[in-house]
Design a protein around this ligand. Structure first.
Ligand SMILES: Nc1nc2c(ncn2[C@@H]2O[C@H](COP(=O)(O)OP(=O)(O)OP(=O)(O)O)[C@@H](O)[C@H]2O)c(=O)[nH]1
Length: 532
């Protein structure tokens, strides 16, 4: 059975339905799985980013606190008497710095006008320069320790973080300001910020919301750059307003990213850990590709499998339909089909066989009705003609004889008239029973008219006249006994015309001859037989 594409075919429809279901299932899996995994990956990655942000924030905080405490300790032990002795002051600073070199760009002492009076290590043109405009100086002059705005250092031209501590006399008056300067990208400062990697395209940012600056970044080009203005990056805006946590946002470059923020309390800074979603959701994209690629591979295999399976399942059905077609065209006889399987097709075939059985029964019944007399059940004129044809053919082969006895009842009409039609019917049935008893099984008794019967005697051997005469006499004899009808009994007789023929005889002529002989018997006085 070849597969032909036709929308009217059950096979095609089932294959289309299966294919659509497979595609819908695959797309559903892609959509729901992607959504589900995106949420999962978002949660997991956000948690990881938050952990990294917290870790880096703590590292930065620790570095700031260590430097702040060191500066406070140095300030506490600062000998004010050295303020007028620059060289001795520089040596004193050098001892402290060498002992604990936390500030990579050194220690500096400013007078109350903000002018550098000593530094260690000594940098060209640092002594004598003024820092009076710097926020850390202003704040230290007011008596408070300060973490200044990260700036591009005047001396070396690199990004630095200045931290200041007021130097007071016994009365508490600020006499000078001690400043520690750290290069933002020095080896022992904020190491976690620069050594931590987040995927291939992610990174870390250290922001000073107060100054609107990037203090540190995995991308060195961003250090000391201004943070984006409000409205560009929603999560950044929230972070600047104090939000700490995780979120998904579009950054200033238009890239969607997952981000987590953590505070650096000592400096009032924020660490941001971020990862573009294209990288974070790589497993999701790969899974989606995997499902789609798999579907593309499975689909043709599925269609081929469905075609083969449907061919296998539908074969008995198609065979049944084909054989039924041939039966209706008359190419093969009407007969039961084999029930191959015990499935729906087998059920249908069995049902078809039952319908066919009924049809054959009805046909046999119709054939019987068409060839028999309804009242007596005897062969009618049509079946008699068939039997005569066969008998004559046989006679021709065997050079034998056939005889036709044409019987017409005598005095039948009065029975009808006197006792009614039903009694007449009963009499006809009784005549049939009695005539049947006098002929051989292979002979034929037919009813050819109201009260007319024909007996066909075939395969008559030697002396056929004697045999026929014997039968005719027996026929006359069966009428000698009265016919018992309901509440009545009556007498009947018959007149018989006999025609004898052989293989060359014409069957119609034989019948006519017998019929005419029967009339002669009637004319001769009834209740007798005459030869044609
Ligand atoms: N009850 C019954 N009567 C039938 C049937 N067929 C025909 N007849 C009747 O049979 C009768 C036949 O007519 P006739 O042959 O003239 O009757 P008959 O009295 O035998 O006359 P003869 O042959 O001259 O002796 C008619 O009255 C028909 O109505 C039948 O099936 N049943």
């Amino acid at each position: 059975m070849m597969f032909r594409f036709s929308l009217n075919s059950l096979t095609t429809r089932i294959i289309i339905l299966g294919t659509v279901l497979l595609l819908v299932g695959a797309l559903g899996r892609v959509v729901f799985l992607t959504d589900y995994l995106r949420k999962d990956v978002t949660e997991l990655t956000s948690a990881q980013l938050l952990t990294i942000a917290n870790y880096v924030a703590q590292d930065v905080d620790r570095d700031i606190i260590v430097r702040r405490d060191f500066l406070a300790h140095v300030a506490k032990t600062f000998p004010l008497a050295l303020l007028g002795k620059p060289q001795a002051l520089q040596a004193w600073l050098g001892e402290r710095h060498d002992l604990n070199p936390l500030f990579s760009r050194g220690l500096v002492v400013l007078d109350t006008n903000g002018v550098v009076i000593s530094d260690y290590p000594a940098l060209p043109e640092r002594v004598g320069s003024s820092a009076s405009d710097r926020d850390y100086f202003q704040q230290a002059l007011r008596g408070k320790a300060a973490i200044g705005q990260p700036i591009l250092g005047r001396a070396a031209g690199i990004p630095v973080l200045p931290m200041a501590e007021p130097l007071r006399d016994d009365t508490g008056k600020v006499r000078a300001v001690l400043v520690g300067i750290s290069a933002l990208q020095s080896a022992n400062f904020m190491e976690a910020l620069y050594s931590t990697r987040i995927g291939h395209s992610g990174g870390l940012l250290l922001i000073s919301p107060r100054h609107g600056l990037f203090v540190g970044s995995s991308d060195p080009g961003m250090i000391l750059a201004k943070t984006p203005p409000a409205g560009v990056n929603k999560l950044h805006d929230l972070t600047m307003e104090g939000f700490r946590g995780t979120g998904i946002t579009i950054n200033a470059k238009g890239i969607e990213e997952l981000a987590a923020t953590a505070s650096v309390p000592s400096a009032d800074w924020v660490v941001v850990a971020r990862l573009p979603t294209t990288e974070a959701f790589t497993p999701v994209a790969r899974l989606r590709q995997f499902v789609l690629r798999n579907t593309a591979i499975i689909l043709p295999i599925f269609v081929i499998f469905m075609i083969l399976m449907m061919r296998h399942l539908m074969r008995p059905l198609m065979d049944t339909a084909r054989r039924a077609d041939r039966m209706t065209l008359g190419e093969i006889p009407l007969e039961s089909l084999p029930v191959v399987r015990k499935d729906e097709v087998g059920h249908l075939t069995a049902a078809f066989n039952r319908v066919l059985g009924k049809l054959l029964e009805s046909r046999a019944e119709l054939t019987h009705i068409a060839h028999h007399d309804l009242l007596t059940g005897l062969p009618n004129r049509k079946l008699l003609a068939d039997r005569m044809k066969l008998a004559l053919a046989r006679a021709q082969r065997s050079h034998g004889k056939v005889a036709v006895l044409f019987l017409d009842l005598d005095g039948f009409k009065p029975i009808n008239d006197r006792f009614g039609h039903e009694s007449g019917d009963l009499a006809l049935c009784e005549v049939t029973r009695r005539l049947t008893s006098v002929i051989r099984r292979e002979d034929t008794l037919a009813r050819v008219g109201g009260d007319e019967f024909v007996i066909l005697l075939s395969d008559l051997g030697a002396a056929p006249e004697a045999a026929v005469t014997s039968v005719a006499n027996k026929c006359l004899a069966v009428f000698e006994r009265p016919f018992l009808l309901p509440h009545q009994s009556c007498q009947l007789a018959t007149s018989i015309g006999i025609a004898l023929g052989d293989g060359d005889s014409d069957q119609d002529r034989l019948l006519i001859a017998a019929d005419q002989a029967m009339y002669r018997a009637k004319e001769a006085g009834r209740g007798r037989f005459c030869w044609a």
